[in-house]
Design a protein around this ligand. Structure first.
Ligand code: SF4
Length: 415
């Protein structure tokens, strides 16, 4: 007999996989669309409540399958309308998701991994090490929960938003999804691809490919094969205009340098059926990558690379001695790029009061890599004698306070 542990989790099945599931049961594939609609459009997670499926078939389904969601353990609501939820996944770790309402859209930032192996120097997620890949159900489950928590499922998909930033009456609040939460989405490739399929599937959430964005730090082999799986939009965490600096900030650059990364991203964008450009994400860190010369170098680097540039002033957090640039320096940087002909946006800080602004996300992971312990040890060693602040292991350029709890801090620059 099938045990609870081995039962198939229907929440994690894309349309083709759901069809295969019903074929396996000796049923017609159209049952897959019915089931997807129940779960993702009506919010029903009780198989017995799927009343247009016959009772004998529901019994058959329940014998081998169930519907499991990740758990929401905490919720925070900001005065600016943003929301943050702590999500517990089956590995026991917690991740975060954040909803940010803006003029004309409501964006949900979703996590793909608990922790991250890549260790970018400005990111506390990396300092925690890696714990687990989220399952398809845990990724799509974040979108399910956001819909449930924000408006319930008794509303239509969010197609129309009014100019004042409010969803049309009886419309779902999440109009956009960005895979920019905890983790590198392309290192959890298969699960993220299935979850994206569900986000864009008409029988599920029906989001437009223009409104679903993968943000990557530059896993070139994965970008190279992306076009065979999805046509979602792409954002690239660049953060530096040359390899020397990017090697420090985004260590995966040592393996896949900027030239290779831009070549790979161009290949993906060229394969799309419509005219879209990637977003270049650039976290501005005072005294590190925010000089006028960096802006000029960036303009030169991207001159043959159609893109939009999103500048993200660094949001300081407890573990970091990196500083936010002055508004003059942000404005100068933006102006240089603007004069060079780029479309440039500067991300405004949102949800600061609930710790959900860029760089403030906090979760809890078990560190399989023991990296968080190494950081703690390095901080302790550095602090001895000074009683003040410590420096992260060589190569990160990162400093943090002795009292900081590295195991529970998550920073993601692109929320
Ligand atoms: S910025 Fe992204 S890729 Fe880099 S360590 Fe943080 S979560 Fe990982």
């Amino acid at each position: 007999m099938t045990t609870r542990e081995t039962k198939i989790n229907l929440m994690g099945l894309s349309l083709p996989k759901m069809q295969a599931f019903f074929l396996e049961l000796g049923e017609k594939p159209f049952r897959a669309s019915q089931t997807l609609k129940w779960m993702h459009q009506r919010g029903v997670i009780d198989i017995d409540a799927m009343t247009d499926i016959s009772k004998p078939l529901r019994e058959k389904m329940k014998a081998v399958a169930e519907i499991r969601l990740p758990k929401i353990t905490q919720e925070f609501r900001s005065v600016d309308g943003s929301c943050k939820w702590i999500v517990q996944v089956e590995s026991g770790s917690s991740v975060e998701m954040v909803f940010i309402p803006e003029a004309g859209r409501g964006t949900l930032c979703i996590s793909s991994q608990a922790g991250c192996i890549l260790d970018c120097s400005f990111c506390a997620t990396g300092k925690q090490g890696f714990n687990s890949n989220l399952t398809v159900a845990e990724i799509i489950g974040q979108l399910w929960w956001a819909n449930e928590k924000l408006a319930g499922f008794g509303v239509k998909p969010a197609q129309e938003w009014s100019e004042d930033g409010k969803p049309a009456q009886n419309s779902r609040p999440v109009s956009n999804v960005v895979m920019m939460g905890m983790g590198e989405p392309l290192l959890n490739f298969d699960n993220v691809m299935d979850a994206l399929t569900l986000m864009m599937e008409d029988q599920a959430y029906g989001l437009s490919k223009r409104r679903v964005t993968i943000s990557t730090s530059g896993v070139v082999p994965a970008i190279d094969r992306l076009k065979d799986y999805t046509d979602a939009s792409l954002a690239v965490s660049l953060h530096a205009p040359n390899d020397l600096l990017r090697n420090e900030l985004v260590p995966i650059n040592k393996k896949y340098p900027i030239k290779e990364l831009l070549r790979s991203v161009s290949g993906y964008m060229d394969g799309l059926s419509d005219r879209r450009v990637p977003v270049i994400e650039y976290t501005l860190i005072a005294g590190v990558n925010d000089h006028r010369q960096h802006a000029r170098e960036l303009a030169q680097l991207l001159k043959d690379f159609p893109c939009k540039i999103n500048l993200i002033p660094f949001n300081p957090f407890a573990l970091s001695d990196y500083r936010r640039p002055s508004s003059t320096s942000i404005s100068n940087f933006r102006q240089i790029l603007h004069e060079a002909g780029y479309t440039v946006t500067v991300r405004t800080t949102r949800a600061d009061d609930i710790g959900a602004a860029c760089g403030q996300l906090v979760g809890e992971v078990g560190d399989n890599t023991r990296r968080s312990q190494r950081y703690r040890d390095a901080a302790e060693a550095q602090n001895e004698g000074s009683g003040k602040s410590g420096t992260a292991p060589e190569g990160t350029g990162k400093r943090f306070s002795k009292t900081d709890n590295l195991a529970v801090a998550v920073d993601r620059p692109a929320v």
